[in-house]
Design a protein around this ligand. Structure first.
Ligand code: 5RP
Length: 223
């Protein structure tokens, strides 16, 4: 079965967490696009949504879902987003779509983070997918040297400028056996805006689309 159908299944299942009148945080990517489609088809009416990217804001506008500024929202009950890789414990690599900074802010602000993926993204150890790091442009080369010291091989995602005006380094050849420790170490580098590791604030629920339906994981163990 194609990954797109698995993503659609996971997206559809996430509707079970959404109620009429909710304010929702909405992530970025093709799985999220399936989620927005399913949401519109469901007839559920949100009070509004906080968007993680310009791309998602465009989807919200097209679906006539009111977009809210996070600064104007007291409590965000739920955040729904995809990921590039996920462990069974809910630690994630995100940022393939370069939206990692706003995604991490919204995940942090939300009471509950439901992550929707296809089963090809579920791994024992993170790092096969190159870890995106958003960096202030003038710090790119310096940050890259520091990431090499942490054991990675950073590659500049040339031509990509984030919604925040920054650049992305994709860090290859990592084997993240202690993702929370790596997240903390990379966060210390001056010039790093956001590390696309969601290990300290993990997914609370993982909905995994596969050939035979969806699996819902509620990780509780330490990363
Ligand atoms: C964007 C992200 C996305 O969640 C991630 O790249 C997954 O994308 P897709 O649903 O298209 O596979 O982190 O920054």
């Amino acid at each position: 079965m194609p990954a797109r159908e698995k993503k659609r299944r996971a997206a559809q299942a996430a509707l079970g967490h959404v109620k009429d009148g909710m304010v929702l945080g909405i992530g970025t990517g093709s799985t999220v696009a399936e989620f927005v489609k399913a949401l519109l088809d469901s007839g559920i009416r949100l009070a509004g949504a906080v968007s993680s990217s310009n791309a998602t804001s465009a989807l919200l506008r097209a679906g006539h879902i009111p977009e809210l500024d996070l600064n104007a929202v007291d409590e965000l009950a739920l955040y729904v987003d995809g990921a590039d890789e996920a462990t069974f414990q809910g630690a994630l690599i995100k940022g393939g779509g370069a939206a990692l900074t706003r995604e991490k802010v919204i995940a942090g602000a939300a009471a509950r983070f439901v992550c929707i993926i296809d089963d090809g993204k579920l791994v024992e150890i993170l790092g096969r997918f190159p870890l995106p790091v958003e960096v202030v442009p003038m710090a790119r080369a310096y940050v890259a040297r520091q990431l090499v010291k942490l054991g990675g091989r950073p590659v500049w995602r040339e031509g990509v400028v984030t919604d925040n005006g920054n650049v992305i380094l994709d860090v290859h050849q990592l084997r993240l056996t202690d993702p929370a420790a790596f997240e903390t170490a990379a966060d210390q580098i001056a010039g790093v805006v956001t590390v696309g590791l969601f290990a300290r604030r993990r997914a609370d629920v993982l909905i995994v689309g596969g050939d035979v339906g969806v699996r819902t994981l509620v990780p509780r163990e330490p990363v």
